[in-house]
Design a protein around this ligand. Structure first.
Ligand code: PLP
Length: 240
């Protein structure tokens, strides 16, 4: 089941894109025999103009994702009056932790103890709890963010001990493939990591953030609860 907004602007191309992506998510859920799992569609709005974001809001979209701090914060200020949620999904430098803690519904990309400590310190000073995911670099790709698999349990333990962070699950950016079927083992791998962590640490980690425009259907079939979709909703970015 897709967590839904209340669409109104039925004529826009964005509404058409939104309906199409949501239908594909629901079909994937049906195919894998889990039709009632809640999946949140995050519209990745990095490098997309304000007017397109507004169109998507008009079409009923509620959750948006940004990857760059300097771009995200001013954009968020422009939509301060809109009833929408923001997710931070990009690489995050420790020195910027204090500018993002408390401003995002969920930070998907925690991949070091130092970063977690920076977020925790700021969340504590604001007297709030910041929900986070740990990004895992399953394929050990050098240029990509994410913690190596062998350090996952250690970091999860540390975060679980931080009173002002709430660990909600894991996030993955698999290697790029033309055929999304090739990403399937990585998605299944992240689910396996999550299941193992839950057992080992006796906690519940409800969320798996995985799947982008090219592969979100496969990710949903493998257990995604948060999909991060940019170009399939907005069209190409200014960097493409
Ligand atoms: C840009 C980005 C996305 C969305 O990519 P699309 O291919 O446009 O759907 C998803 N996740 C992360 C972390 C990104 O940086």
């Amino acid at each position: 089941m897709i967590v839904d907004g209340n669409g109104s602007d039925i004529n826009s191309e964005f509404n058409t894109n939104l309906i199409s992506v949501k239908e594909k998510i629901q079909s994937a859920l049906n195919r894998c025999g889990d039709p009632h799992r809640q999946v949140t569609l995050i519209a990745v709005s990095k490098k997309q103009p304000i007017n397109k974001i507004q169109e998507l809001i008009n079409a009923g979209q509620t959750d948006f994702g940004e990857s760059y701090v300097q771009e995200a914060l001013p954009k968020m200020d422009q939509f301060a009056e809109s009833p929408i949620y923001w997710h931070f999904i990009g690489n995050l430098q420790t020195k910027k932790a204090k500018t993002v803690a408390g401003r995002f519904k969920l930070i998907h990309s925690v991949d070091s103890l130092k970063l977690a400590q920076g977020l925790h310190k700021k969340a504590k000073s604001l007297d709030l709890t910041q929900p986070v995911l740990i990004q895992v670099n399953i394929a050990n790709e050098k240029q990509k963010g994410g913690i190596p698999l062998e350090e996952l349990t250690g970091l999860a333990r540390e975060i679980l001990a931080m009173e002002h962070l709430r660990l909600d699950g894991l996030m993955l950016m698999p290697p790029f493939f033309d055929d999304p079927e090739n990403a399937r083992p990585y998605f299944a791998g992240l689910r396996g990591c999550r299941d193992q962590l839950q057992q080992e640490l006796k906690v519940t980690l409800p969320h798996l953030s995985m799947g982008m425009s090219g592969d979100f259907e496969v990710a949903v079939e493998e257990g995604a609860t948060l999909v991060r979709v940019g170009t399939a909703l907005f069209g190409t970015r200014s960097d493409c």
